[in-house]
Design a protein around this ligand. Structure first.
Ligand SMILES: O=C[C@H](O)[C@H](O)[C@H](O)COP(=O)(O)O
Length: 259
């Protein structure tokens, strides 16, 4: 039985996969995402107000919730989508939807992440949905994050991929330069995210995304978070600190649940 992480955790549960068949079954990354998502949906109970995450992992969870509703195994669910994309998916599956104005407290949210550190801090937003995700997941009693093992990092930014920051379009270069300056000690490079046509990517909220690439660790994440949020022009960043209550990791050797 393998444990994906050896770092400090308040509790850890490792669910062993059956002994490997011969020849061993190699699961794709998408199959691992689906395994994590289905496991998370086991936490859903009838009558819950549910935060519905965004991205290729969360999509499996939303599909599964729709399936269980159709089968009558779940009842009276109200979904709070974290993006227009998830809203469309949920509507197509017949999941009743609402919003935070009408349901300011959410029982449970299930969502993916781009990076997970050993303390369950996350980077999210590489799909561009970080602001609504942070609002919905910040309103949750329980936030179950679902990832395949490729998302595990020793420290946030450690994958070498982007740490997204949502900014207002007005003078975005000014804001991007301020972001770079604030994270100068981490060797920060700031780039405006572009869409497939080479135009500025526009979020569901009409904002731009500046992607930060870090050569070194950010140090104290709370300090970095506060410094970023103090920049006029920043709407929100993709660090989700102390928000996930559970992380379900699917890997080749089984599922690991960290709380
Ligand atoms: O903006 C996108 C969201 O934060 C996603 O939850 C995150 O990027 C993970 O996406 P995926 O499950 O597709 O890797």
């Amino acid at each position: 039985m393998a444990i994906a992480w050896s770092e400090k955790a308040s509790s850890m549960e490792v669910l062993a996969m059956p002994p490997p068949l011969s020849p061993p079954v190699i699961l794709t990354q998408d199959e691992l995402k689906k395994i994590a998502a289905y496991k998370a949906v086991e936490y859903v109970e009838s009558g819950m107000i549910l935060g519905l995450g965004t991205g290729s992992t969360a999509k499996h969870a939303v599909d599964r919730i729709g399936e269980l509703l159709r089968q009558g195994k779940l009842k009276n669910i109200v979904g709070i989508p974290t993006s227009k994309q998830t809203q469309e998916q949920a509507l197509s599956l017949g999941i009743p939807l609402s919003d935070l104005d009408n349901h300011p407290t959410v029982d449970l949210a299930i969502d993916g992440a781009d990076e997970v550190d050993p303390h369950l801090n996350l980077i999210k937003g590489r799909g561009g949905s970080l602001l609504r995700e942070k609002m919905v997941e910040g309103a949750c009693k329980k936030f179950v994050c679902i990832v395949d093992e490729s998302k595990l990092v020793k420290h946030l930014g450690g994958s070498g991929l982007a740490m997204p920051v949502e900014v207002v379009p007005f003078c975005w270069k000014f804001t991007a330069n301020k972001l770079r300056d604030v994270l100068e000690d981490s060797g920060c490079v700031a780039r405006l995210r572009k869409d497939c046509k080479g135009e500025a990517f526009v979020s569901d909220n009409g904002n731009y995304i500046v992607d930060l690439y870090l050569e070194k660790e950010m140090g104290d994440l709370r300090v970095a978070s506060d410094a970023i949020l103090r920049i006029a022009g920043v709407v929100e960043h993709g660090m989700f600190l102390d928000m996930a209550t559970t992380v379900i990791v699917a890997g080749e050797l089984g599922i690991t649940i960290k709380t």
